[in-house]
Design a protein around this ligand. Structure first.
Ligand code: PLP
Length: 282
């Protein structure tokens, strides 16, 4: 398989980095995960726009102009003859340089993008998942899709150790999002989720869900809710590029209503499948 770097396409096993690389030593970089269905990118422009916004926020120059990068990624798909479901991972770091916290001078960014297999989370989408709640221990700039993922990693691991799929993060009483997804609460026919502030990642699937709600006349309220509100939610669900739309049926061991995926969540799943031109999960 080929991957794309800051200068060219190379064979995946031919890529090597000096050990003094700022992504490795400082997590000094940004990334994206983009979904591929049947050999086609889904929401490519949304992801690439967010990549440039994240890079700008950390004063990092992406080594390609946006139009050129879009073209290169399309070529990467062709070069790898991707025709099935997959994901593209892309990261940009502040380059290779002797270790020093301050930005290196005259050093260009490193970029790599590769394609990996990914199958749909069919069982989770059909039956729903359990989650735990966990304090949001991250910094104040969560809208930046930064390589610094240690708090997310630790929260996800805690979830896993509790037999849960995800951790719903909260700052004090206020729910923000999950360790690698956005979270939504349904109450009396309205969908609630945290507003697009610096406290959450502005998820690409979240944006689609807002559109699906608007198209279906479902009130979409960008207003945060509390950990306590989770207890009497009508429905809960989470979204991300890799999870799509997954119903949450249990929080910290307590069932959400009857413990089955809710109707509104299922309606949004069908809207997603229509938008991405993919098959229905059940
Ligand atoms: N929130 C966090 C912390 C994430 O890492 C992700 C994606 O991986 C999301 C939300 C969902 O974003 P998207 O829908 O763009 O995949």
């Amino acid at each position: 398989p080929y991957l794309l770097t800051e200068s060219d396409y190379v064979h995946q096993d031919a890529l090597s980095y000096p050990f003094e690389e700022r992504g490795l030593q400082f997590g000094d970089g940004v990334y994206e995960v983009i979904r591929i269905y049947g050999g086609r990118f889904y929401q490519l422009h949304d992801h690439i726009d967010r990549l440039y916004r994240s890079a700008e926020a950390i004063k990092l120059e992406v080594p390609y102009e946006k139009a050129e990068l879009l073209e290169k990624l399309a070529t990467l798909l062709e070069k790898n003859s991707v025709t099935t479901d997959a994901k593209l991972y892309l990261q940009v770091t502040r380059g290779s340089a002797p270790r020093d916290h301050a930005f290196p001078v005259g050093v260009g960014a490193n970029l790599y993008a590769y394609i990996a297999d990914l199958t749909r989370k069919t069982e989770e989408m059909k039956h729903g998942v359990s989650v735990i709640t966990h304090e949001d221990e991250r910094w104040q700039n969560c809208y930046i899709k930064s390589l610094n993922l240690l708090p997310n990693v630790l929260a996800k691991q805690t979830a896993k150790e509790h037999g849960a799929y995800e951790a719903i993060l909260h700052r004090g009483e206020r729910v923000t999002e999950c360790s690698s997804s956005n979270v939504f609460l349904v109450k009396d026919g309205s969908v609630y989720t945290h507003p697009e502030t610096n406290q959450i990642l502005h998820g690409c699937v979240r944006t689609r869900v807002r559109t699906f709600c608007q198209e279906a006349g479902i009130p979409f309220v960008e207003q945060s809710f509390t950990v306590e509100d989770l207890q009497d939610a009508d429905e809960l669900f989470l979204t991300s590029t890799t999870s799509e739309i997954v119903p949450i049926v249990k929080v910290d061991g307590s069932a959400v209503q009857d413990g089955k995926p809710g109707d509104l969540t299922q309606k949004l799943q069908r809207a997603y499948e229509a938008d991405a031109q993919i098959e229905h999960v059940s």
